[in-house]
Design a protein. Sequence first.
Length: 575
Amino acid sequence: MVHLDAAPARQRALEELFATTPRFSGADVRTALATAKAGLAHRPQEAGPPAAWSMGREALVQYTSGSTGMPKGVRHSAGAIAAMVDGIGTVLGLTPEDTVLSSARMSFGYGFGSSVLCPLAAGSRVALIRGTVDVHSLAAAMQRHRPTVLFSVPRLYAALLNASGTTLATDCVDSVRLCVAAGENFPGPLSERIRTALQAQLLNGLGATEVLYIVVGTTPEKERPGTFGIPVPGITATVRTSDGAPVADGQKGRLHIAGPTVALGYIGRLEAAAVTFADGGAYTGDVVRRAPDGAFTHLCRVDDVLNLGAATRSCRARSRASCATWKGFRTAWWSAAATPTAWSRPWILARELAVSATVYVQRVTQIDLSAFEREWLRFESWLCSNSPADHAMLRRPAEREQLIELESRLGFDLHPELKALLQQHDGAAEPVAAPGSRRLLPAGAFLPSGHRLSGVDDIVMMYDVLVDVGNDNIDADLWEDDALAVNLHRCVPFALPNDGGVAFVDHRPGPSYGHVYEMGIGSGDLDGTLWAAGLTQLFRTLADALESGGPFLYYWPTPYEGESGHRCLEWQIRP
């Protein structure tokens, strides 16, 4: 393991530590296990008594994600690991010359196989992403580590494309020879766009923790858009009814997997194991259809199917079809199932999806930008007349290209009000020294608590900070899943004070979309204070306070004249 992100001193210490340590690849280990010949990976003169470990003995425990209920410990045998390498490993064709990059965390089956088992067996180099994995960190890791094989999920592949239109930066993708996608359904058109944009082969696969890794996949050499391919070597995949009977090609049913990678069972969950591990294999929980050529098409999850009298309906498929027709509905789908309970109980998912989607679409489609411009003009006019030094700090409007690049960095669209604000002014300039003096003028910090409007560059910088803070909060495991503190990757800053805080616009789809919060990161206040339901309301209430002399929350507008004669605005806290 090479610690590329280690500090220089630690890097030198690691190099000294490893200088006298024998290095060998996964291929060396497998050869030693198969032949028992002495070598770097097998030094019998240094080894103790051999351990009795049969291929059928439990060697690995992985936990399911918990998306359908309490996580279950899945027991895998040593033979399953070897069979996985011989199966999907031969399809991937990793070599010691490959550099592997996976966006999936190693705590999940897909990430563990992609970053540990498969590269270890092939002796490939692995790059790991530290912290939050999103389109920005993934693109940065690709640019830095130049992977030849990329493992990710459809959503991130789509984000990579959306971040740069249809053309990705050459120095970011020209090293990639193979893209692997799993974890979600991969639409045919998206797979074609990925293949074209990255000029790489594509393997779209399906697997489950209960079968260790990918067990059905498209072979890189043969394109099968819209499907997830055929069983990998050593695996038998069939489509079955709810009572376990095989169905004919073209008919939908439950995906059943048989083969050496099927797990031994769950830890202490006998009833659940009896349902999953049945009929000589394991049910993955997917509803699929097999074509006459043997290729499988994913339809939905078993958990998504609602039984309505004599009819069945796919909650996810119908919801996606409906949502696709709504203007402005782009990201609300993925937020609808915010809790595992929603996925394990489809009727709850349907209700949560309907509420979240309806509120989100209403908020997007009902935003009156003319009202925003009117309220901003009131606020700016007051500054121009009563606080000219502050008004003079406002920059020119942000360029269209800047806004496009900002949305690319974020991976999602800016809230229309925030975009309109940047189209008015690209933030406020930093303080400058008064003529003939070394003292900085405080002009420009004209929002409550000394906040200064941020330009595009400031937003990008502070957004990265928010993501890091949010990731630390997730690791701390102290907040509920819907808390702001663990959802900062969906919050876009628009103003900064001088004390380590931030004011931002909530971009989470749902009832809070567009809400304006202030958070004191420097002080450790991560609960957030709601300033307004939107930027329109914020500048309306600020303008009202300025024109009447009344308060905004507990901040009172207090114009003052500095030593240099410049008139500025500050907001004083009063009881």
